[in-house]
Design a protein. Structure first.
Length: 268
């Protein structure tokens, strides 16, 4: 009996050690999405998913060093560059949500209900109302900088101190905006799961420029031989499968869907 027990121990240890590392944007973690869908994948395959949640830029750098098996982020130009440079062979669209501008209910810049995000940002700049930027090279930060550009503004170069770049993730950025009675750009998923809202509320939404697409890539095992290609590909395939897409769609907070699967849409 003892011999049988001892013989069983290594197989249990091996099963427990079957895992992949996913470098991912913070929004998939902070929104609660991973907490909802990853147990379903693990239950089906026996593969544990260990997430390293970083801003998109940092997640890409991690994958480029070979420190992840899968990359799951939300800045399509950076994702396409990652593939073009040979760090992956294919990018697959997974899902989308959107960005929103949140700020104090008192709204000193007068942007509430605006449908033109560039005009809203221009009003914030004109009012010199506090605006908190992630400043961390994340997908959200990249989107924010692109939106300022559409408004022909470069707030990081302005005087007056109203624009605060803090080099932090979405949670700390929202906390800082709440403490300062300031504005910020956030993905809707993280916002819906954020508890410490204080005076903040959604003020601007619905502009098509606030669209937020997510993509997934297997890190190229030809570049890094230690990449767990089979198990990593199993995760990629599950995310874009009917089962994975349903798991994403089924994740809600207070009845509100956070992410919208679109793996079947060409060019997404």
């Amino acid at each position: 009996m003892a011999a049988l027990f001892q013989a069983a121990v290594p197989s249990v240890a091996l099963a427990a050690d079957r895992f992949i590392t996913v470098a991912s944007t913070t929004s998939t973690e902070d929104s609660g999405l991973f907490g909802s869908i990853l147990p379903k994948f693990t239950g089906k395959t026996g593969i544990e998913v260990r997430v390293v949640a970083k801003g998109t830029g940092q997640a890409i750098d991690l994958a480029k060093r070979g420190d992840a098996d899968v990359l799951f982020v939300h800045h399509k130009p950076s994702e396409e560059k990652f593939v073009a440079e040979g760090f992956s062979t294919v990018r697959k669209p997974v899902m989308y949500n959107d960005f929103v501008i949140v700020g104090p209910a008192s709204d000193p810049a007068g942007i509430k209900g605006g449908k033109d995000v560039a005009a809203s940002l221009a009003k914030i700049a004109q009012a010199k109302a506090p605006f908190v930027s992630r400043g961390d090279d994340s997908g959200t930060h990249k989107a924010e900088l692109a939106l300022w550009k559409t408004a022909s503004l470069q707030p990081a170069k302005t005087e007056g101190g109203w624009y605060r770049s803090i080099g932090q993730g979405m949670g700390p950025t929202l906390n800082t905006a709440a403490a300062m009675n300031g504005y910020t750009l956030t993905d809707r998923g993280t916002w819906l799961n954020f508890k410490n809202r204080g005076p903040l509320t959604v003020l601007v939404e619905g502009d098509k420029r606030l669209f937020n697409q997510y993509g997934v890539m297997l890190v190229n095992p030809a570049k890094f031989s230690h990449v767990k290609a089979a198990d990593g590909q199993a995760f990629v395939d599950w995310l874009v499968s009917t089962e994975g897409q349903k798991a994403i769609a089924d994740y809600t907070i207070n009845g509100e869907q956070l992410f919208f699967p679109n793996a079947s849409e060409p060019g997404a």
